[in-house]
Write a protein that binds this ligand. Structure first.
Ligand code: ADP
Ligand code: MG
Length: 606
């Protein structure tokens, strides 16, 4: 019997490859403009006729090619960008497969004109269906011009598959915008059937975004900036009130390459939780800078999907930095220097005259002082002034008021002084567990343990964004038995756990912990590990929530230990730190930290 297997001729192999890389005119634009950028161009012109079905021309002022390179460039797997296998793992160029030109030349009429600076004349090559038809010296500027005509002329199925000019041209605009946003420093122009669609000058990122989205967009942008040892994030998100009904304004870039990633997009949507309505989408232009060794670009023929080694960490870093930026914007919109209006005055206030704000505070208000205070304005007087009658208030009353039953001893009431907003406020520490403090409507009762949990959580999350959090070595390693499921989950999340301060090794199912987060006391480790395992091994949690869950566990375990506050300074510092947390009313797990007792509620007790 005769053998039947034959190697495909090059032109057929190229046509097949073209099917993957070149799906439509927009793909040609993408590949060719990327080549121009890789060639160091700082000016790229894109000229389109009939949505690219008749002509796609890309002119650049990059390095140009020698005659030999120009011929070689159309060969399959011909590339100047990758020399050895390792290069694939540290890509700094857009292209690397050496497939685009070979594919395009297999399915279109191509004219290439190119010249290097060193030579007086350039070379012109005409190629059709992978065959060179003409090659001659030519006069042309330094750089490269590719004309791609009659795309898919020899693949009718593909040509018929193309959509209307409108649709195809919109795809071209999408690709053009993605590349232009990735490279604000490069000048780009786009012409369609002799109409100028874009003429973008080299600019800073904000200007480039505004040039593409339109002038009104400047006011919408909130800057994002975060630098960590894993990833550097820069860019802008749209203010919540400008959210869109479609995902049209969502752009992610890594090392100046546009990519799509539903996981990271989810992180951004999550950052906007509660700020925008359901089914609305935030705008974002987010640029990740990351060591090229830590990403894999080579997972998809058009390179729009990228694998990240540390995707969970990056998710958390995006989430936190966008939340932080939005928080800043919400608190201080007038600090946005790019705003045209200088004050944000609520609409209903516009017609009212300005009134100097005043605050009435009884500086000496002290619910535990049963005799008139030396300054005269006593608790009794204060209560009376509110229309209530009791002359006597003793710590005992408060004890029963709070029904603290588990401890036998008399309540220990320590009087603290604390400066908040330059107002002298008195605080009282009760049994090392609660702090009472004065407020306008009555009394605030602060749960020390929960307050501590919130403070530690905020501190760790903020630190963790930019650096691994500090770890303390244990004098004697701590041993702990895991189930096999727990062990798997621990190992799955090891990078994150180490970043948060846990170092250890398994021998079978036994974890020997050699270092723990510095904020944890040794006696809380078991508690903390239980809390972590409860979440990572027994609950459905999103990949991106893991950092938050672990930090919550650390905060909660350390809160328990420290909660018995015995000294005044610690309690004072606690109140001060708590009120510096943007969210000071609830713990990260959503438990109330502060209860308010209004004067009316207190009165009802008598
Ligand atoms: P890749 O970009 O993956 O290397 P391509 O098929 O897109 O593969 O291009 C093949 C080669 O042709 C490139 O590696 C580069 O050396 C050269 N080339 C392509 N376009 C240009 C250009 N505009 N300017 C200079 N050289 C180019
Ligand atoms: Mg290329």
């Amino acid at each position: 019997m005769s053998d039947v297997i034959k190697l495909l001729p090059d032109h057929i192999a190229n046509q097949i490859a073209a099917g993957e890389v070149i799906q439509r005119p927009a793909s040609v634009v993408k590949e060719m403009v990327e080549n121009a950028i890789d060639a160091g161009a700082f000016k790229v012109q894109v000229i389109i006729k009939d949505a690219g079905k008749t002509l796609i021309q890309i002119i650049d002022n990059g390095s140009g090619m020698t005659e030999n390179d120009a011929v070689m460039s159309f060969e399959r797997h011909a590339t100047s960008k990758v020399r050895k296998a390792e290069d694939l793992f540290a890509l700094t160029t857009k292209g690397f497969r050496g497939e685009a030109l070979a594919s395009i030349a297999a399915i279109a009429h191509v004219v290439l004109k190119t010249r290097k600076e060193e030579t007086e004349t350039g070379v012109s090559i005409e190629i059709e269906g992978s065959k060179i038809k003409k090659k001659e010296a030519c006069v042309c500027p330094v750089g490269t011009s590719f004309e791609v005509k009659n795309l898919f002329y020899n693949v009718p199925a593909r040509r018929n598959f193309l959509k209307s000019d409108n649709v195809e041209f919109n795809h071209i605009i999408d690709e053009f915008e993605r590349i232009a946003l990735a490279h604000p420093d490069i000048a780009f122009s786009l012409h369609h059937n002799d109409n100028e669609i874009y003429n973008l000058h080299s600019a800073v990122l904000r200007k480039r975004i505004v040039d593409i989205l339109g002038r009104n967009s400047n006011d919408k942008l909130v800057p994002i900036e975060e630098s960590t040892d894993i990833v550097k994030i820069t860019g802008y998100v749209g203010k919540p009130e400008f959210a869109k009904k479609t995902r049209g304004e969502q752009f992610l870039f890594v090392n100046n390459r546009f990519f799509k990633d539903s996981f990271f997009s989810h992180s951004l949507s999550k950052a906007f939780d509660g700020l925008i309505q359901q089914k609305m989408f935030p705008s974002f232009f987010l640029y990740l800078d990351i060591d090229p060794k830590k990403i894999d670009v080579n997972v998809h023929p058009t390179k729009t999907e990228i694998k990240f080694e540390e995707d969970k960490l990056i998710y958390s870093i995006i989430l936190s930095s966008v939340r932080q930026a939005l928080g800043k914007y919400n608190i201080a919109p007038t600090l946005d220097f790019n705003r045209e209006t200088s004050f944000d005055i609520p609409y209903e206030m516009h017609s009212k005259p300005a009134v100097e704000p005043t605050i009435h505070v009884n500086k000496n208000y002290n619910p535990f002082q049963s005799s008139p205070a030396k300054t005269g304005n006593s608790f009794t007087a204060a209560i009376k002034a509110e229309g209530f009658g009791s002359n006597e208030a003793s710590p005992k009353d408060w004890q029963s008021f709070y029904k603290i039953e588990e401890e036998e001893s008399e309540p220990e009431v320590v009087e603290l002084n604390l400066e908040i907003n330059n107002q002298l406020t008195k605080n009282f520490l009760i049994r090392g567990k609660y702090i009472l403090t004065n407020c306008k409507s009555g009394i605030l009762v602060i749960d020390c343990q929960r307050a501590f949990e919130r403070i530690v959580y905020d501190e760790l999350i903020n630190k963790f964004i930019s650096n691994p959090i500090s770890s303390q070595k244990l004098l004697f390693p701590l041993e702990r038995e895991f189930s096999s499921n727990e062990k798997n989950e621990w190992i799955n999340n090891q990078v994150m756990l180490e970043r948060l301060g846990f170092y250890g090794e398994f021998q079978d199912l036994n974890l020997s912990l050699s270092a723990i987060p510095a904020v944890l006391q040794e006696e809380s480790i078991h508690d903390c590990i239980n809390l972590i395992l409860e979440s990572i091994a027994y609950q459905e949690i999103g990949k991106g929530e893991i950092a938050h869950v672990i930090v919550q566990s650390i905060a909660s375990a350390s809160g328990k230990r420290k909660s018995a506050m015995q000294n005044n300074e610690a309690a004072e510092a606690l109140v001060e730190q708590l009120f510096q947390c943007p969210e000071h009313s609830f713990t990260p797990r959503g438990k109330k930290i502060i209860q308010t007792l209004t004067i009316e509620e207190i009165a009802l007790k008598f």
